[in-house]
Design a protein around this ligand. Structure first.
Ligand code: NAD
Length: 336
């Protein structure tokens, strides 16, 4: 495989690929020659490129992992699909729904597999909560709160986020809305309020959404990068899922508390740190490995990955509906 975009977050992709035995990192590519060369040296890739077209022409690849920012995704996917190379693309898939749809259609037409790097639902504490739900211990869920509230300075590692007119919903909300979808299913209607608290950034940094799901469930999805509180909970996603027989709570400090038929159990679901992960990032870093492992496993089984392009269009639609609702002040009904 080859990785395109050797920036901030791609280091986690590289560490994860390096620890999956079935995968060989053949080439790396970044417009910035120094970053490409550093990735090549650190992860034992055979070759480094600064031009993706040149790389596709020279290499024989099974798949490519695109970890650049969203403006470049469509052009890179088109290059891969034209050569029959399977694709993983970081979220957000593209800057517009139309471009996301083009990416999905391009891969379908070329017959290449497409997975979106939507990793939050693969965080081990969230997987643990989803497992309890799937076991039926709380019955059918009718309410979910998925919450990410932090004051962490994300702009130090990702300075481009400070200048985006649309910030928290498209960057972080997309993950939390996806986690909510993975628990509660598809949405019928959505209402959202956004706030712009930090005057030093261009976009909204707080977003609160209320969703009604197909089947009648209701969710609150709240995200903030303007929450000043100690201890700083970054980057924990908290959950409260209520069903007919009980409640699943993913609480701060990675405590999973399950009330089921009047009995309460609590366990620590914090992931161990790996040789290349560091607290407090470990939960995110490990989810990259879990997601990439899922890519290999689903491919081997001939199954579509959970976060296929088609699946991710539905999460992306929730983000667009949230912006539309916040801008219009009205409830948005999601199209089929
Ligand atoms: P970054 O700017 O640090 O890295 C992007 C790299 O891509 C840069 O080194 C840039 O030179 C390179 N690049 C851009 N266009 C290129 C092209 N056409 N060919 C080759 N190289 C190219 O950005 P980042 O913060 O690492 O974010 C990258 C992506 O990862 C974004 O889509 C972001 O939303 C996503 N991300 C996801 C998570 C997550 O948890 N899933 C976390 C952080 C970032």
């Amino acid at each position: 495989m080859a990785l395109i975009g050797c920036g901030f977050f791609a280091q986690n992709h590289l560490h994860s690929w390096a620890s999956i035995p079935e995968v060989e990192i053949v080439a790396v590519c970044d417009r910035d020659a120094a970053k490409a060369e550093a990735a090549k040296q650190s992860f034992g890739a055979a070759r480094a490129y600064t031009d993706a077209a040149e790389m596709f022409a020279a290499e024989k690849l099974d798949f490519v992992d695109i970890a650049t920012t969203m403006q470049t995704h469509l052009a890179l996917v088109e290059m891969a699909a034209a050569r029959g190379v399977h694709v993983i693309v970081q979220k957000p898939l593209a800057p517009s729904f139309a471009d996301c749809q083009t990416i999905v259609d391009t891969c379908a037409k070329a017959g290449v597999r497409l997975m979106v790097h939507e990793n939050f639902r693969f965080q081990s504490p969230i997987l643990a909560a989803r497992r309890v739900l799937a076991e039926g211990r709380i019955g059918r869920p009718h309410y979910c709160q998925a919450s990410f509230r932090s004051g962490y300075d994300v702009f130090s590692g990702q300075p481009y986020l400070a200048t985006e007119k649309r910030f928290i919903l498209i960057d972080l909300g997309i993950h939390i809305l996806d986690v909510c979808r993975s628990i509660m299913g598809e949405a019928e209607t959505l209402y959202c309020q956004t706030q712009h608290i930090n005057p030093k950034i261009a976009g909204e940094d707080v977003a609160t959404s209320l969703i009604r799901h197909v089947g009648g469930g209701v969710s609150v999805v709240d995200c903030s990068y303007a929450s000043r509180r100690l201890p700083e909970p970054f980057p924990q996603t908290l959950l409260r899922i209520e069903g007919e027989h009980g409640t699943i709570e993913l609480l701060e400090g990675y405590r999973l508390r399950v009330t089921s038929h009047g009995e309460v159990t609590e366990e620590n679901v914090e992931p161990e740190t790996l040789s290349w992960t560091q607290k407090p990032w470990h939960v995110l870093q490990e989810s990259v490995l879990n997601l990439q492992r899922h890519w290999v496993d689903s491919w081997r089984k001939g199954a579509a990955p959970e976060t296929s392009g088609t699946d991710n269009l539905r999460t992306y639609a929730l983000v667009m509906a949230a912006y539309q609702s916040a801008e219009s002040g009205s409830i948005v009904t999601l199209a089929s």
